[in-house]
Design a protein. Structure first.
Lengths: 203, 203
DNA sequence: ATATTTGTTAACCAAATGGTTAAACTATAT
DNA sequence: ATATAGTTTAACCATTTGGTTAACAAATAT
């Protein structure tokens, strides 16, 4: 028998924990299920991560650290707003198709545990809107964009890109589409969402 | 002592259950906490609602039955798309400011329990997109609207209106706004979101 | 008045759950 | 070879949790 050793088990646990936590949330997840999925003894979870909360935080930070760079792309990049909107929309939807659980997971757990975000904001790599704000204000002043507050534009961009994933079951029901057709709708959005936004804000 | 009697307790339980379930979700909610909040014995919960799942479903259906009429307003009404978008945006944001937990609660639990929606769709009062679809197609054909699929427009409308509430903690952090300032942003959206959409789809 | 149905409570219960412990196993250092 | 430090397991534990029960109180029907 004799498992390969240290580093491996830890990663195995994290991977299993990710699956279970993202599917069932902090409260719905069971330590035993995580252990089973990782194919190890339950005591190992505590050996490597002390307790459920810490294991959960490891998973959460992991997920957030995947999401953050996506957002920085639109907030910190130098290209004009229109270009950034187009790139972000396409990139983000591709990204989420690969990691479909992430946005819902983060939003959900952040709602459940609001002071959680304080810890995140401390992190210097937390996305910051300042640069985006200056850019929007500047393009508005130059008459490239209709007057709009950067915060509102940012919310709109996020909403149009993220919501279809977060509310997928509901939207599938309302639009009467099956899995396949819905995925098709999302594929189309890679370009259409950008068009929708640009049409609205460009003078 | 002698509590006022029957009908009352049942409503008391539902109200308490609503608060707890919407704040903590199905898994995070505790029957004891609901009983405490309702000021009654835990056994009463089972007397009136048999078990946790049924109590939860009562709360869920209750929440959904508040949301559904809002959606029907935009789907089934006869006025032109532009007018419907303006009315819906304003009405919906007002509605949610009164019931801030509802969208997140519904989306969350629907993600956790996808076959849950099947039961909802059976209900004849479940919102249906068909009429909206015909209307959009018609206005596109008449040249009133740019070409857009009704499903995509519907998703966009929902996204722009609902997402700011669902992702509130995250968006507050990204936009660096406190409770007061964020509420202000939402207030502004009552009209701005409609403008944003109309600009984008009108020819 | 009295029996019966309905509402309410305190005490209880079995199962599940997060977490611990002590012993065994493995690899590495001496 | 042997001590040492790190890894893994089975068994165990205290607490929590959803749910039940039996007795009691209050209406309502007879």
């Amino acid at each position: 028998m004799a498992r390969k050793k240290d580093e491996n088990t830890e990663a195995l646990i994290l991977e299993a924990a990710k699956t279970v936590f993202q599917a069932k949330g902090m409260d719905g997840a069971r330590m035993q299920e995580i252990a089973d999925k990782a194919g190890i003894n339950k005591a190992m979870l505590h050996y490597y991560y002390r307790n459920k909360k810490l294991l959960f935080e490891a998973v959460f930070n992991n997920a957030f650290s995947l999401l953050a760079p996506q957002l920085k792309a639109i907030l910190n990049d130098d290209s004009p707003i229109e270009e950034k909107v187009r790139n972000f929309t396409s990139d983000y939807i591709s990204f989420i198709i690969d990691y479909p659980y992430i946005p819902n997971f983060i939003i959900q757990e952040l709602n459940r545990n609001p002071d959680f975000i304080l810890k995140l904001k401390d992190n210097p790599s937390f996305p910051n809107i300042d640069k985006f704000k200056k850019q929007v204000d500047e393009e508005v002043k130059q008459g490239i964009l209709r007057p709009i507050r950067a915060e509102q534009l940012f919310i709109n961009i996020m909403a149009l890109n993220v919501f279809p994933f977060v509310a997928k079951p509901l939207l599938k029901a309302f639009t009467n589409t099956g899995e396949e057709a819905y995925h098709q709708l999302l594929e189309v959005r890679k370009t259409e969402v950008a068009d929708f936004i640009i049409h609205s804000i460009k003078t």
